[in-house]
Design a protein. Structure first.
Length: 57
C-alpha cells in the first residue's frame, strides 16, 4: 500500500503507513525489515528536494 501511495506521489501517506507498520507489527520481523528498507528509500529520495526530511542511515 505504501508503494502505491509513493507511486502516486504521496510521500506523506507512504511514510505514515510504513512507520505504522514498523511500530505495530514487531512480531513480523520480515515485514518490519521490508518496511524499514522502503522507508529509508523514500526518505533518502525526499531529502533531495526537501531540506526538512532527514534521511536515515
Amino acid at each position: 500500500m505504501a508503494k502505491n501511495y509513493y507511486a502516486l506521489k504521496d510521500a506523506f501517506q507512504a511514510t505514515y503507513i510504513l512507520e505504522s507498520v514498523i511500530q505495530n507489527f514487531a512480531a513480523f520481523e520480515d515485514v518490519v525489515t521490508e518496511a524499514q528498507t522502503e522507508l529509508s528509500k523514500i526518505k533518502a529520495e525526499q531529502a533531495k528536494t526537501n531540506a526538512s526530511v532527514v534521511p536515515e542511515d
